[in-house]
Design a protein around this ligand. Structure first.
Ligand code: AMP
Ligand code: ZN
Length: 461
């Protein structure tokens, strides 16, 4: 049971060894909550949800402590508040709830801990005080800055040398900073900024910088050294580099033993991003596709590789899932089987090889069909057990085959079945008015009844 993970810090796969197998810690940078998440934003929560499920399988459900923060104070949120006139908390509560509803529809398990940045301003100030005391930080006119030159190995995560940064930043030399690469730990409040974006600090009223938020929340909830730190590849520099600088200089300990980054989700050959405008929102996609289809599509590529998001990818995911659910339906009654397939588990242990894991899932579905063709009860039960076990690891096959095929949940479907039967009974009793009334009631729910020689069936329209 060896898990190998690609560690961005050393640019190769390493055998994963937690500090304490009874308490495996993982921190993933969460959303800045001021608008709707696009499907690119959903790549990190889905990818790291698969990792978390794998870790839970190996170390036990309770042993894995997974923190994903909510960034609820940041320049973009302040801008949204100023533009809309809404209080910050109203905006952040609304969009955090939408984010959690979106990710939950994608079968992402809720994190063990969901720290909100504004609940940790005290902890952030404590870290900044330490950094100032140890001369890693200095107070300027606009805020408190981290001095990158004070840390000999600054840049070790991304492999960037300070000279590389300065070349690009020279045009925008900011006279408040000693070095253009220095970054803000605390930003002093400016004229016209809303009161709910301002906190007191030993250096003056203002707000924390984005990077210090994660340093404070990770240390508070998971400890000074965590096992795995994750996020999108765009966070490697500067965000994670700066988290390392703050945490390691303040605590004198390594911040994370493994750094993992997902590649970009692209659309039209470019990174999906709000600034380019090539985005599709998760909640829009969910109106058209089941969350499992989106999740399957997302996992069809390896997490480190770019993935091109297309209509074809979604159609393919839907077709494959239909086939797998179809196989599951054929073995659904064969309960009590024994799990004997490790294909998916082994694929995930190799740096989360989800394309191979999904290929294994299709293979097991094929075995289910073969067993059903032969009427081999034992093999059917085994295939069912293997399919459901694989689904649990991947966060798929969470519906019954019936619910998948008819859409909606089983309870709702049972009620529809009952109404369809009531209509059949009404017709048998020649109560045409009642039969029509039931048909209209179902039509209002978007259910179409199809009367045929073999009886009445229904579908959602
Ligand atoms: P943002 O809203 O840009 O701060 O992004 C939130 C999270 O989504 C970060 O972890 C980003 O790395 C990630 N992310 C944003 N755009 C993409 C994309 N096109 N593909 C993959 N991850 C992304
Ligand atoms: Zn972060």
């Amino acid at each position: 049971m060896t898990i190998r993970l690609y560690d961005t810090a050393v640019r190769k796969k390493r055998v994963f060894q937690p500090q304490d197998p009874a308490r495996v810690t993982m921190y993933v940078c969460g959303p800045t909550v001021y608008n709707y998440a696009h499907i690119g934003n959903a790549r990190p929560p889905i990818v790291f949800d698969v990792l978390r499920r794998l870790l839970m399988r190996v170390y036990g459900d309770d042993a894995v402590i997974y923190a994903r923060n909510i960034t609820d104070i940041e320049d973009k949120i302040i801008k949204a508040s100023l533009e809309s006139g809404q209080p910050i908390a109203e905006i952040t509560k609304k969009f955090a709830a939408i984010y959690n509803a979106d990710t939950s529809a994608l079968n992402v398990l809720p994190p063990s801990i969901e720290p909100w940045a504004t609940d940790h301003v005290g902890e952030m100030i404590e870290i900044i005080e330490k950094l100032v005391r140890k001369s890693y930080a200095y107070v300027g006119k606009e805020g408190v800055w981290f001095s990158v030159n004070s840390m000999p190995d600054y840049g070790k995560l991304s492999g960037r040398k300070l000279e590389d940064n300065e070349a690009g930043a020279r045009v925008a030399v900011d006279d408040d900073k000693r070095d253009p690469a220095d970054f803000a730990l605390w930003k002093f409040a400016k004229e016209g900024e809303p009161e709910d974006a301002i906190w007191d600090s030993p250096w003056g009223r203002g707000r924390p910088g984005w990077h210090i938020e994660c340093s404070a929340m990770a240390a508070k909830h998971l400890g000074k050294t965590i096992d795995i730190h994750g996020g999108g590849i765009d966070l490697q520099f500067p965000h994670h580099e700066n988290e390392i600088a703050q945490s390691e200089c303040a605590h004198g300990e390594i911040m994370a033993n493994y750094w993992m980054h997902n590649g970009f989700l692209d659309m039209g050959g470019e990174k999906m991003s709000k600034s380019l405008g090539n985005v599709v929102l998760v909640h829009e996609l969910l109106e058209q596709w089941h969350g499992e289809v989106l999740r399957f599509a997302m996992l069809s590529g390896h997490y480190r590789a770019p993935l091109d998001w297309t209509e074809g990818l979604l159609k393919q995911a839907k077709t494959t899932l239909d086939r797998i659910y179809g196989a599951l339906r054929r073995v659904w009654e064969a309960e009590g089987g024994r799990i004997d397939d490790r294909g998916i588990f082994d694929a995930l242990c190799d740096d989360l090889n989800t394309p191979e894991a999904l290929a294994s899932l299709s293979r097991i579905a094929g075995e289910a069909n073969m067993a059903a063709d032969k009427g081999d009860a034992d093999a059917m039960a085994t295939a069912r057990a293997n399919l459901l076990d694989a689904g649990e690891l991947l966060g798929l096959l969470t519906l019954t085959p019936k619910a998948w095929e008819q859409g909606g949940d089983d309870d709702g479907n049972d009620r529809i079945d009952a109404l369809v039967q009531a209509r059949i009974d009404a017709r048998a009793a020649k109560d045409w008015a009642e039969a029509d009334r039931i048909r209209d009631e179902l039509a209002a729910k978007g259910i179409e009844i199809m009367d045929g020689a073999g009886g009445s069936t229904w579908r959602r329209v």
